[in-house]
Design a protein around this ligand. Sequence first.
Ligand code: 8YV
Length: 328
Amino acid sequence: MAPRKPKVVVTRKLPDAVETRMRELFDTELNLDDTPMNVETLVAALSRADVLASTITDRLDAALIARAGDQLKLIANFGVGIDHIDVAAAHARGILVTNTPGVLTEDTADLTMGLILAAARRLVEGANILQAGEFHGWTPTWMLGRRLWGKRLGIVGMGRIGQALAKRARAFGLSIHYHNRKPVNARVAEELEATYWESLDQMLARTDVVSVNCPHTPATYHLLSARRLKLMRPHAILVNTARGEIIDEAALAGMLQRGELAGAGLDVYEHEPAVNPKLLKLPNVVLLPHMSSATIEGRIDMGEKVIINIRTWMDGHRPPDRIIPSML
Ligand code: 8YV
C-alpha cells in the first residue's frame, strides 16, 4: 500500500515550480497570499501539519514548539540559517529539523562581494547623486573611494560562504585573512593563501575590510561588540550578509556617524525588518533588504532541497540536511 501523503504546511509563498511539485508529492497547504504567520496561525499550523515548511519569518521558539501537535515530525526550513528555530526543543519532542545548505552559497558570496565594492567605491552614493540631477561634470577630487586591490580582507566565519567569498576577493587583489573556530584544511588554506587568526581581536585590528559570514548562535550574538568594533581601523569597511544579531548595530551606527569607521555594507539587521534609524541617514553605508540569496535559481534550488528532505523522511530515510543540536 502506498504510504499516506504527509500533510505539509508551507508558511510562505514559494516559487510556483516548487509549490506545484510539493502539491504533487504531498498533501500540501500553500500560503497563496504570502501573509506571514503570527503566533496563533503558527500554533494552528503546528497542530495540523506532519511537516512544517518554515522560513526565517517564523519564530519557532521553545514555547511555540511546546504547543505543536504530536503528529508534527519534521520542520523542513526553507533557508540555511536556523537561528529562528529552537532545534534542541524540537529534538526533545522528537521533531526533526532540516535546512537548505550549499545552494545559496554562490549567490550570497556574489552579493557580499558586491557590498564590499559598493561600500569601498561609493556606488550607491554616486548613483543617487546622478539620479538626483546633481552630476555637474567630472572633477579630480570628487567621489573618491578606497582602492581594494592590495588590501586585506578579514572573513569572520570560513564556512562555505566565507570560502566562496575568499575566492572572489582574491580576483580583486585582496589578501585573505580569516577567523574561525578552527583552521580550514591545509589544501583550502593554501589555495586561498589564507592567514588564520585564532584571535578575532587581532584580525580586526589588522584588516581593511571585514566580512561577517558565520551563523548566528548564542556564541556569536554580538560577536562584533562595541569593544571589538573599536579595534577596527578607522579606514576599514564592515560588511554583513549573515545575521544582524552578530553585530552590535547601535554601536556600529554610532561609530559610522562619528567617522570612526569608514563605511559599511549591510544586508541583515539586528531587529529585522527594522533598521537603526541612524544608519538610514548615513551616506557611508550601503543598506540592502536581506536579499543576498535572492536569485530565481537559488530559490528554486532551496525549494528542491526542502522537497528532498521531506521526501527522504517520508520514505523512512534520514533527511540529508538534518540539523542536530550538537552541530550548533
Ligand atoms: C534566506 C537566509 O533568503 O537562508 C538563510 O538563512 O538568510 C536567507 O538568505 C532566508 O532565510 C529564507 O528563509
